[in-house]
Write a protein that binds this ligand. Structure first.
Ligand code: GTP
Length: 377
């Protein structure tokens, strides 16, 4: 496809969910702005859309639009896309927002993309558009292969043409192992199917399109992860980092800035450290660690499979594993934090504590150990 193909296209990103499963991070920040690998989650999608030739992106917002607007307008200038905010006064689900944005979407006659804001993958949108144009029907959804197909809505389709036959929710016996990845391309005619009311695209619109033989699917190559909950967010780092840094061979270090031999600390596997962060001598970081802007990690810390958000200070000798440490935290020396723990904004942890799987609400000081997962208010 030529470079100019698709230029000027429109896209809609669904950013209206409450993000309850990613609390306490989403108590102070809308989910799309929560960082993933040192960039707001949604920016990964926006960059991919821009790369595919999209210039106008409708953000379907239902919750705290003001928090989104200020930050997104700055990103729009940097990336070179225009954002149009479509604000729901009542949440309209995953299809209703398309009806609300109808006039905006109808400003040209090209197909448009629709994306969920909380998935990570390579976003092969040019390939999606090419496949969509080739079959010539109303909609295409990207599907991804999963191991635990019995936990999901499985898409049953013709392997040769991609035509979707039906969706089977949590099948008891094997009917397929591909599920909806939350990445779509539609013709404008889909808007004739959607009323301006709370509607689910997955359970109300797609089955109807499939029965009129207007819905196709294309298999997404490579990794995919819904990063809307802590465990999957942490797994998502392990999938995303190798996709941009390369897959490490045994005992190899892959780091975004320098090679580990130039450093006074060690890197194991894939690690992403913002250039403004300071890492103490003798630390061992990785695999699958991200450290945000202006963080200060004290000497001799061991951090693995974790994200540390910006402006956080970690004391000497801390051990952090499978944890998301939010913004502006202060973690005391020799703490041990593990097992899908998540700390909100502005949390302080006194030295020498063990925190196992706890979710800590914003602005909280922790002065004792917790050996079992619980929510600390
Ligand atoms: P949880 O509360 O943790 O389930 O997260 P969520 O509210 O984001 O729900 P879910 O992950 O199922 O949503 C999938 C996508 O649809 C996300 O990108 C959401 O932002 C978006 N979404 C869900 N409900 C709405 C809605 O009512 N309006 C809009 N505009 N987007 C929505």
């Amino acid at each position: 496809m030529s470079e100019s193909h698709g230029k000027g296209m429109r896209a809609l990103i669904l950013v209206g969910g409450f993000g309850t499963r990613l609390r306490p991070l989403t108590l102070t920040m809308p989910k799309p702005l929560v960082p993933f690998c040192n960039k707001p989650m949604i920016i990964h999608q926006v960059e991919a859309l821009k790369e595919a030739g999209v210039t106008d992106i409708i953000l379907a917002v239902a919750y705290r639009p003001e928090a989104m607007k200020a930050e997104m307008e700055e990103w729009g200038r940097q990336i070179g896309v225009t954002f149009i905010f479509s604000h729901e006064t009542e949440p309209l689900g995953t299809a209703g927002p398309l009806a609300l944005a109808r006039d905006e979407l109808l400003k040209d006659d090209q197909p448009f993309f629709v994306l969920n804001s909380d998935v990570t993958c390579k976003f092969p949108l040019r390939e999606l558009l090419a496949f969509h144009r080739k079959h010539g029907h109303e909609g295409t959804i990207m599907v991804t292969k999963v191991q635990e197909w019995h936990k999901y809505g499985v898409v049953v389709y013709d392997e040769t043409s991609g035509l979707i036959d039906q969706f089977v929710e949590k099948p008891k016996k094997f009917v397929g192992d591909k599920i909806n990845s939350g990445i779509y391309c539609f013709n404008k005619s889909i808007l004739n199917r959607i009323k301006l009311e709370k509607t689910s695209i997955e359970t109300q619109v797609f089955p109807q399109m499939a029965s009129s033989k207007e819905l196709y699917c294309m298999e997404l190559e490579g990794f995919w992860m819904d990063i809307g909950q802590p465990h999957d967010y942490i797994d998502g780092i392990a999938k995303y980092l190798p996709s941009i840094l390369g897959t490490p061979k045994e005992s190899e270090s892959l780091f975004n800035e320098q090679t580990a031999k130039d450093l006074h600390f060690s890197v194991v596997g894939c690690v992403m450290i913002d250039p403004t962060a300071e890492i103490g001598a003798g630390c061992v970081l990785g695999p699958n660690v991200t450290v945000g802007k202006n963080c200060k990690i004290g000497p001799s810390c061991r951090i693995q499979n974790s994200a540390i958000f910006e402006n956080t200070v970690i004391g000497a000798g801390a051990y952090i594993s499978k944890t998301i440490i939010g913004w502006n935290n202060i973690v005391g020396r020799w703490c041990r934090i593990e097992n899908n723990a998540v700390f909100g904004d502005d949390v302080q942890v006194k030295p020498e504590l063990h925190l196992n799987g706890v979710k800590v609400l914003p602005n909280k000081t922790i002065s004792q150990s917790y050996d079992k997962p619980e929510v600390l208010m």
